[in-house]
Design a binder for this molecule. Structure first.
Ligand code: 6R9
Length: 648
């Protein structure tokens, strides 16, 4: 019998707190009957089809699902244009003049777009794209700041059947070039610049550098966000405002097959070249619509604020397609949370009356570090629901979020999903499921998630790898141009399940606790330990704001954890504190997890979407040459850490 311990994950951290939704919340919730879980489990296809039926189709599907693992076709034979569910249907209803987007720029400028205005703007821009020769199936790259023209650009592509490929505005020219070339994009949409922390992000300038090596790009459209200096290449570059000036405000939607591509979006993963994840129309729309409605409990009177940039999948699914399909009003904010002061987010919530707020653990940990005085300056009582996405949320951060932002009055939906899954997969239905701090709770109805060991045996209680055993409508269909890699990466570990490469534990109540990427797991004295649990134990200490743990080679134990720790504002690092923190971890989860070494740092290296880059920390810790840092939010953080580690 092989050592079974080495095949699963030890789970050490125990968290007993349970928070049921209030009676008032449950009574008004969109999902308020537990039967939904049973019904969806008995017939997932019928469950998804019941949501698809609420959307606009030009021709109904002949078959809900065709499944030839790993190739899925959802709503086979169905015809639609996604923008009709996001725009036309509202324009034809009493939501016609309702605000779709309330936008605030970082300098404080404001714009409101009603559904009618959004519809017209999308149609005009769609006509402009057509005029430049963009056709169904063409790829269009988008590199823009968080301004209303960004969702307009996505929707205009979808209107004419072009495939959008958004590249986050914070990416370097090299990253943009690589993505444009991989997608073979014909046209690039950008802006003269955008604002971030009072500085101008020179998007057009960076795009010009990228385009020196992009042979497929024929035209560039430039939106004038400010009065930022740009170089215009005659014949190639076009000003947005000139193109739409005089364009017709109606544009017949291209009628698409449910399985036609909607977009590609690149995820870097830990190694190798970025993967262009491809999503198709009918299933994706159904999945984002159902999850928006049920997980965020979306109501006509809500003001939803998802803080994610549209450059990430969270912005695609929960700024653009999901909420627009629900016909709600959203807040979009262009800039940084600490500009001009650290209360900017709370001021926005108070000023506009945000009711549902969706952000990332990395942001929550920053808010904790900055201190409660900032949210305390504002009345946040308009909030009724909070969400989290992007990383495991440590129980301490969860409790802080609940108390200081939610006023102990808002359920928290911790939502696990990926670029590849398209929409939320694991999250509580907030009117039904009592939450536990740090747990994403249960799979969404119709989703079959389970925990497996290396060989694919199911683990009913304990730690292991997450697997999804049944197809779902928003699942990625392929990696653009590399189906073999798609099959190998996600569908080859086990014969019976999709492999998301995340660690997870399931507790005695069947709750799921996401433990981070499997690449981050440490093997300490024959036990697989998740870095996330050791980090949570550190963040549990009252002086710690954030922690990143990695495993390094150890003579006796094989691997040993070392911890990079950021302290809360005003707290001094010391050897004493380091010793205290080691002891705290040992007390909290056991000696095996005691960090070998604590390295204090003013910040941690993160991707621009806020995920901690443990791979880089491992490289620093093992003295390796640094890997690719082009996706780092602040590359200088690595340099600082490297010096510290070498000094130690
Ligand atoms: C939506 C998004 C996906 C990876 C995923 C996992 C981590 C996301 C999480 C979470 C724990 C959550 N992740 N949400 N981990 N709890 N609620 O972030 O997509 O950028 O593709 O990242 O993020 O590791 O595998 P993406």
């Amino acid at each position: 019998m092989p050592n079974s311990k080495a095949k699963t994950l030890e789970t050490l951290l125990s968290e007993e707190r349970l928070f049921p939704p209030s009676k008032q919340f449950s009574a008004q919730a969109n999902a308020n009957d537990f039967d939904i879980y049973k019904k969806a489990a008995n017939d997932p296809e019928a469950f998804w089809a019941s949501f698809a039926s609420q959307l606009v189709w030009r021709k109904k599907w002949d078959k809900i699902l065709e499944w030839n693992r790993p190739d899925a076709k959802w709503f086979v034979g169905g015809k639609l244009n996604i923008t009709e569910s996001c725009l036309d249907v509202h324009v034809a209803s009493d939501r016609r003049h309702k605000a779709a987007f309330i936008w605030e720029g970082e300098p404080g400028d404001r714009r409101i777009l009603t559904y009618y205005e959004l519809y017209r703007a999308v149609c005009k821009f769609a006509n402009a794209l057509k005029k430049l020769g963009v056709e169904k199936g063409d790829r269009v790259a988008i590199y823009m700041p968080m301004i209303p023209e960004l969702p307009i650009a996505l929707l205009a592509c979808a209107r004419i059947g072009a495939v959008h490929s958004v590249v986050f505005g914070g990416f370097s020219p090299e990253s943009l070039r690589e993505r444009i070339n991989d997608a073979g994009a014909k046209l690039l949409i950008t802006a003269d610049g955008g604002w971030r922390r009072g500085r101008i992000i020179p998007l057009k300038h960076d795009a010009d550098i990228a385009l020196e090596g992009c042979p497929t790009i024929r035209d560039v459209i430039v939106f004038k966000r400010g009065d930022f200096p740009v170089h215009i290449t005659e014949g190639r570059d076009h000003w947005w405002h000139r193109l739409v000036d005089g364009a017709a405000p109606d544009c017949e939607p291209e009628i698409m097959d449910a399985e036609d591509p909607l977009f590609t979006l690149y995820t870097s993963g830990t190694t190798g070249k970025p993967k262009g994840i491809l999503h198709t129309i009918g299933g994706y729309l159904t999945g984002v619509y159902a999850t928006t409605k049920l997980v965020f409990d979306m109501k006509p009177q809500d003001l939803f604020w998802c803080t994610a940039d549209i450059g990430w999948v969270t912005g695609h699914s929960y700024v653009v397609y999901g909420p627009l399909a629900c016909g709600v009003t959203q807040l979009i904010y262009e800039g940084a949370p600490d500009w001009p002061d650290k209360n900017r987010f709370w001021k926005l919530i108070e000023d506009y009356g945000v009711t549902i707020f969706y952000t990332a653990p990395t942001a929550i940990r920053s808010f904790m570090r900055w201190g409660v005085k900032w949210p305390k300056m504002h009345n946040l009582s308009s909030l009724r629901l909070l969400g989290s996405v992007g990383e495991p949320i440590n129980p301490e951060a969860w409790m802080w979020y609940q108390e200081h932002i939610g006023g102990d009055n808002c359920p928290i939906v911790d939502t696990w999903w990926q670029t590849e899954t398209g929409h939320i997969m694991i999250a509580p239905l907030p009117g039904l499921i009592p939450t536990k701090p740090g747990s994403a709770t249960k799979a969404f109805p119709g989703i079959s998630a389970a925990v497996f060991d290396e060989q694919g045996n199911e683990i009913v209680e304990g730690g292991g790898f997450l697997g999804i055993t049944k197809p779902w409508p928003g699942m990625a269909r392929t990696i653009w141009g590399d189906h073999e890699r798609f099959v190998k990466t996600y569908w080859s570990k086990w014969p019976h399940a999709y492999f998301p490469a995340d660690g997870v534990k399931v507790d005695q109540d069947g709750y799921l606790w996401l433990l981070g990427r499997v690449d981050d797991v440490m093997l300490v004295a024959g036990h697989n330990l998740s870095t996330m649990e050791v980090e949570s134990a550190l963040v549990d200490h009252q002086m710690v704001a954030e922690a990143a743990v990695v495993g390094i080679q150890h003579e006796i134990k094989g691997q040993a954890p070392i911890a990079f720790v950021t302290l809360k504002g005003g707290i001094e690092a010391s050897n004493d504190l380091a010793a205290q923190l080691k002891e705290h971890v040992a007390q909290k989860i056991g000696n095996i997890a005691r960090p070998e070494q604590i390295i204090f740092s003013s910040d941690l290296p993160k991707t621009r979407s806020g995920k901690i880059m443990r791979r880089l920390l491992r490289d620093i810790a093992t003295g390796k040459v640094l890997g690719d840092t082009t996706t780092l939010a602040d590359p200088s953080v690595v340099e600082e850490l490297k010096m510290k580690y070498e000094e130690d």
